[in-house]
Each structure stands twice: as C-alpha cells, then as structure tokens.
Design a protein around this ligand. Structure first.
Ligand SMILES: NC(=O)c1ccc[n+]([C@@H]2O[C@H](COP(=O)([O-])OP(=O)(O)OC[C@H]3O[C@@H](n4cnc5c(N)ncnc54)[C@H](O)[C@@H]3O)[C@@H](O)[C@H]2O)c1
Length: 418
C-alpha cells in the first residue's frame, strides 16, 4: 500500500460519513453483497480518478470487496474530503493519492502515482487520468483492458479523442446512462450546487434573480431548485432547443450580456469556457455572487476578474471577494471550481447509488468480456439501465405496472388502428 493524503488522524470522521453514505446506497450495497464471495475482479488493478467523497468511498469499497486492487486519486484540486481519504487508507488499507487543496503539480503527481500501478481498468471523472494515460501508454499501459467515464465533460473530451482516431483503449460512457445523467446531473447537482451556494454565503434565495448559464441536465436541475426557493431565474443558452425548453418551463431567456446587469447570483453549468468574462463582470451589480457547477474552472474568467480588481479578501474558507476598480464587490465561491463539491459535500448518496452501480457493472463488464471490446466509446446497455432503475425502485418499496402480453404486442405492431 502506498498513499499520499493530508492527515491520517481524520479517519474516524471519514468512517462515520462512509457508513452514512452506505446506509443510503442500497443498490450498490446489493452488488457488493452479490459479488463479495465470487470476487470477479480478483487480480485486476483499478486506477481511479474521481472526487474522493463518502459516496466514492462506497464505490471503492465495493470494487475492493469484489477482489480488485485499488489505486485512486482525486479529479479536482478542491473536491477531496480529507477525512474520507484518511479512512480509505487507515481502515481499508487502500492506495489513495488525494488531498484537498493540492496545487497543479501535486494534482498531476497524484494521477501519475495511480498510473504507475499499471491499471487494468480506469475509472475517470473529467478524463484527466485517461488523457495522461494516453500520453504514457508505452510505460504504464501494458495491462489496460478498458475504462469508464463519469461526467459530461469527460465524455466530450474522450469523444474528441475517438473522432481523431487517438483513443487507445475502450471506454464506457457511464455519464450517458439514463440512470446516471437523468438523476445525478439533474437532481444531484441541482440540489448540491444550491447547498454549496447557501453554505458558502447563507444568502436568501427568495426574491433574488439567479442567472443559470446552460440549460442542459445540470442547468435544468439548478434552475428548478432556485425557482422552488422563490428566486426568479434567467437562463442563458447557445442551443435553440434547450433555450426554448427553458422558456416553456417558465424561465426568462436572455444572452449573458443582457443578464449580467440584472442577476444577483450567477451559476454556470455549461461545460464550456468563458461564459462570464470581463465585459459581463463590469456590468454586474454590487455584491453579485458567482459560482460554477461545470466540471472545470474555466466557465468564469478568473483572469478577467483579477484584472478588473484592485484588491481581494477572503470572506470565509470558500468565498473570495473581489473589489473592482468601479467600486463594486463581486463574490466568487470556491475559486470558480465545482461549487457543490468545494462548498458542500457533492451529490447526495441516493443519486450516486445509481451512478456508481453503473460504474461497478461497467467495470464488471470489462472484467468478464475483456477481449470483446474495440477502441471505441460504448454506451451502457439499456438492459443495465433498466435493471438499475428496477433495483432502485425496489429499494424504495415502489411497485410499477407490467405490460400485458396483448399491450406488448400492440406497441410493437402496426396492425391495430382506428
Ligand atoms: N458539479 C457536478 O457535480 C457535476 C455533475 C454532473 C455534470 N457536471 C458538469 O456540468 C457540466 C454540464 O453538464 P450537463 O450534463 O448539464 O451537460 P449538457 O450537455 O446536458 O448541458 C450543457 C448545456 O450548456 C449549454 N451551453 C454550452 N455552451 C454554452 C455557452 N457558451 N453559453 C450558454 N450555454 C452553453 C449547452 O447548449 C447545453 O444545453 C459539464 O461540465 C459536466 O461535466 C458537473
């Protein structure tokens, strides 16, 4: 076992949080129970790069229980829970390389510490590990069977790699499972992004104007929850269909150049860059709050914010206040990084239960069918999606109807009309 974490003495706090997550992740735990004796992942090294949270710890423990050797790093410099990392090292004896607040060099050192284990299967969130792996396949790639990707931005990067014919091993796009993005991205980020804004600022949302940039899965969840708290919501978009959906869901739709002078709180969730730049910041009201829920810290231009400012001060651990040359104060949460992970605890366990059940079953798929994949991006099967939804419903004590034979024939046939 090797590790690089902040403080082993935090392990008892981490263990209690992991126990809490476990009690809210019945689907993943049912998989742990099912595979802990047969150990289908025996002799496989899993190289992970995913936010070290209590929910991720349950995934890691499930993979380990199924026989895998684990080497794991964080996938964002500010998203590691140091107590969880400590518990994984102290209580589980696993190789963890992750600390909250790592600098750029340490962040990539942690990723390379994982790659040095020569993983058979990678699990990534944002594709930083997968991309670095691609640069060093000669050195570390001798065992690789396949990898999975957890988030929209990571899938976009890997699809670009595939399009350029540079993808060197098969990837399963876990993000694209319905039981992942239709729940985790919408309800998970929707709730936890607001949790982050509220924990960082204790701002009253009722009566405020919140500008949500991007009305995809994440933006939709954030907008609905802001609206539920009594805020007026403005959506900015580049996709005409999603802009229309936002309008018909009852929100005001405007370009950022118009929204920037009226918003009290801005939350970006596009997966794109330069959504809020200097020209927008100059128009903003005094005391505006800025936060980002997209994967990377490129949605709010931090350079422009710094260049427009005469000084800054930290209001608390997660809020930096910029005093602009025009006298206005602009408050940035979590250095423009994922607000729900920096200023709160990330997605609630209940949604990660489904996302990580998808991760576990995708890893199992690679282990059981290792020679059948090409160097392509694969979607998870509809069968797996339906199975996870069924298990989740079951765990919630919910029954649903079943198609009768006659209904089944009807919807798959063309014969019966008027
Ligand atoms: N914070 C988290 O825990 C978390 C969870 C899931 C996903 N994510 C990240 O959030 C981001 C969005 O994910 P998603 O699943 O909602 O993606 P999505 O593709 O469903 O939605 C993105 C939306 O942003 C819009 N958009 C793109 N560029 C834009 C621009 N320049 N201006 C305005 N709108 C623009 C797109 O048209 C689209 O509607 C990604 O970076 C993803 O990795 C974060």
């Amino acid at each position: 076992m090797e590790y690089r974490i902040k403080d082993k003495s935090l392990s008892s706090y981490g263990k209690k949080k992991i126990n809490w997550a476990e009690s809210h992740m019945p689907v993943l735990l049912s998989l742990q129970k099912k595979y802990q004796d047969s150990k289908p992942l025996k002799n496989l090294i899993i190289g992970g790069c995913l936010h070290v949270t209590k929910e991720t710890a349950v995934l890691i423990k499930t993979l380990h229980a199924a026989g895998a050797e684990i080497a794991w790093s964080g996938c964002n410099p500010l998203s590691t829970s140091d107590d969880i990392a400590a518990s994984l090292v102290v209580d589980e004896g696993l190789s963890i390389f992750a600390s909250r607040g790592v600098n750029n060099e340490e962040y990539y050192d942690d990723i390379y510490s994982v790659l040095k284990f020569k993983p058979h299967i990678t699990i990534d969130d944002g594709a930083d590990l997968t991309i670095e792996f691609h640069k060093t396949m000669d050195e570390y790639g001798s065992n690789i069977i396949g990898g999975t990707e957890e988030t929209t931005t990571g899938v976009m990067r890997l699809r670009a790699l595939e399009k350029n014919k540079k993808l060197q091993y098969p990837i399963i796009a876990v993000n694209d499972a319905e039981t992942k993005h239709d729940f985790d991205n919408i309800y998970g980020t929707g709730q936890s992004a607001l949790d982050g804004v509220i924990r960082a600022t204790n701002i009253l949302l009722a009566g405020k104007t919140v500008v949500v940039a991007g009305y995809g899965h994440v933006g939709k969840g954030i907008a609905a929850r802001c609206s539920g708290h009594g805020a007026s919501v403005i959506v900015t978009e580049v996709n005409p269909i999603n802009a229309l959906k936002a309008k018909m869901d009852g929100y005001i739709v405007k370009p950022m150049s118009d929204a920037s002078s009226v918003g009290d709180i801005f939350i970006t969730s596009t997966g794109c860059k330069d959504i809020i730049t200097g020209t927008h910041i100059e128009k903003m009201k005094n005391n505006t709050i800025l936060a980002n829920a997209g994967h990377f810290n490129v949605e709010i231009s931090l350079n422009d914010l710094a260049n427009l400012s005469t000084s800054t001060q930290n209001l608390n651990e997660n809020v930096e206040q910029f005093i602009l040359k025009n006298g206005n104060k602009i408050n940035l949460i979590g250095e423009g990084r994922l607000v729900n992970l920096v200023a709160a605890e990330g997605h609630p366990s209940e949604v990660m239960d489904m996302s990580f059940a998808n991760q576990f079953l995708s890893v199992l798929n690679f282990a059981e069918n290792k020679n059948t994949f090409e160097n392509k991006i694969y979607d998870i099967s509809q069968e797996q999606d339906l199975n996870i939804a069924r298990l989740k419903l079951e765990s919630m004590g919910i029954k649903i109807d079943e198609l009768t034979a006659s209904q089944n024939r009807y919807i798959h046939d063309y014969g019966e009309g008027t």
